[in-house]
Design a protein around this ligand. Structure first.
Ligand code: ADP
Ligand code: ASP
Ligand code: MG
Length: 439
């Protein structure tokens, strides 16, 4: 069975939802994973912020504004009376549910329940639209099978068992629709896979049913060599290995959720990136393949914190690094980049949730300096260690940019540098020129 995931812009208006039919309705059995309509999750975050701040008046205004947008979309989407009535009931129920939170205590759990409404709405709307056009489809509630464990990792055994149970209920159907992004947590509460998480849902669902291919349909014709939001000239990449794609996604290529490659990679399921607005474009194939040697793409990840840890005894004295790493492990904070010298180690994190506690403990064993507002720039490709020139090419391209850290040799797929975020744009432009010859 094929997995097709459509992102926010691909379901962003009544017309876009109508346009999906020609991509989805054909004899290939499939599970369609949908995001919320573009702008919806951001609007739900804003509503939640108003509710946290106990600003009920503002929350109600925002809820009514979002509801009006949905009323407009459904008036354009359906033409039959029964569908319009069903869709109106749907909108009324979901927005009443959201409005009820204005009466209660507002915590992270209520916020997650609100954030789930976008995907619940888009999937039901598409299901009703297919019904109106005479196409049979089944709406599979993601909350019945998508689950994360106590470490926020997908609970693959649970997902597999319960998704297969759901599918078994409909032996004759070939078109299934489910919500991206939303799930339950280890306590059974409504939760989510973090922003952009519908890609992750698609890959997890694909892995769970051992799909032949996971397709991520979005608003661009595949993974490009550089961030098209920052530099003016970019090109799509035809093929990437799983490792190359995972590096790009993790280090900031927004087209893919940071960890979405891993479930597909584990089960060797190809992932294809396609453009909904231009379905004939080739897109990008991500698979277990050896791609051509050379640099393929660069990506940038913002919001990085650099921590410099200077030992008062010899840094590489046995046991010191272990003591440092144990502190990060205790606070469940992953480290992205590391560089060492004889007397100090610099490392980066992107999660500042426990930063104060981490710094307090580090200061007990070392002199510590923190720099915020940093960006990791990651250059990705097949860069065999025995071949000269790749490190040089990256550093030469960046010769005008102050580099805070450089990391090379950890894998044959990446050269990373850390720069102050103020230099991110210049660095991406310089790499586009130095590596890809774009002026
Ligand atoms: P969706 O809503 O379909 O999930 P996203 O907005 O999450 O779509 O991802 C697609 C966007 O990712 C593109 O419009 C593009 O601006 C951005 N993007 C950032 N880096 C890249 C890259 N290297 N290649 C392609 N797109 C990228
Ligand atoms: N709707 C969610 C978000 O905006 C998930 C997704 O689009 O992938 O983050
Ligand atoms: Mg996305």
């Amino acid at each position: 069975m094929l997995i097709q995931k459509f992102g926010g812009t691909s379901v962003g208006s009544a017309q876009r939802i109508k346009d999906l039919v020609k991509l989805v309705v054909n004899p290939t059995p499939k599970i369609v994973v949908l995001s919320a309509m573009s702008g919806t999750t951001n609007a739900l975050v804003e509503i939640s912020e108003a509710l946290y701040a106990k600003n009920t008046k503002q929350a109600i205004e925002l809820i009514d504004k979002l509801k009006a947008k949905y009323e407009k979309e459904i008036s354009e989407l359906y033409s039959k009376k029964e569908s319009i009535e069903k869709a109106n009931d749907l909108i009324r129920n979901h927005f009443e549910y959201i409005r009820n939170f204005t009466l209660d205590m507002f915590t992270a759990n209520e916020e997650k329940a609100i954030l789930a409404q976008g995907e619940l709405l888009s999937t039901a709307m598409f299901h009703y639209y297919l019904e109106e056009t005479g196409t049979a489809s089944v709406l599979l509630p993601a909350l019945n099978f998508m689950r994360i464990d106590a470490n926020d990792e997908p609970d693959m055994a649970y997902i597999e068992t319960n998704l297969l149970l759901e599918l078994k209920k409909y032996p004759k159907d070939i078109l299934f629709i489910t919500q991206g992004y939303i799930c339950r947590n280890a306590f059974g509460e409504i939760d989510n896979l973090k922003r952009g998480g519908s890609d992750y849902t698609a890959s997890i669902v694909g892995a769970a049913i051992r799909s032949e291919e996971v397709q991520i349909w979005t608003d661009i014709d595949g993974m490009h060599n550089n961030d098209p939001r920052v530099v003016s000239k970019t090109h799509p990449i035809k093929e990437l290995s799983f490792d190359e794609a995972a590096e790009l996604a993790y280090f900031g290529a927004k087209i893919l959720h940071p960890t979405c490659i891993l479930p597909a990679q584990k089960r060797n399921i190809p992932v294809r990136l396609k453009n909904t607005m231009q379905p004939e474009a080739e897109g990008t194939l991500i698979a277990n393949i050896t791609t051509q040697e050379g640099i393929k793409a660069v990506a940038a990840k913002d919001g990085i914190i650099a921590i410099n840890i200077k030992s008062d005894r010899m840094l590489l004295a046995h046991g010191f690094l272990r003591a440092v790493f144990e502190i990060f492990e205790r606070f469940k904070t992953p480290i992205d980049m590391i560089t060492t010298s004889e007397v100090a180690v610099s490392l980066t994190i992107d999660n500042d949730k426990n930063l104060d506690e981490i710094l307090k403990e580090l200061k007990e064993i070392a002199v510590v300096e923190v720099e915020k507002n940093q960006t990791i720039i990651c250059v990705v490709g097949q860069l065999p260690k025995e071949k000269p020139g790749y490190g040089f090419k990256v550093l030469e391209s960046l010769k005008e940019i102050p580099l805070r850290m450089v990391s090379y040799g950890g894998s044959a797929n990446n050269v990373s540098v850390l720069v102050n975020s103020n230099f991110k744009k210049d660095a991406l432009i310089a790499l586009n020129k130095g590596i890809f010859n774009y002026n």
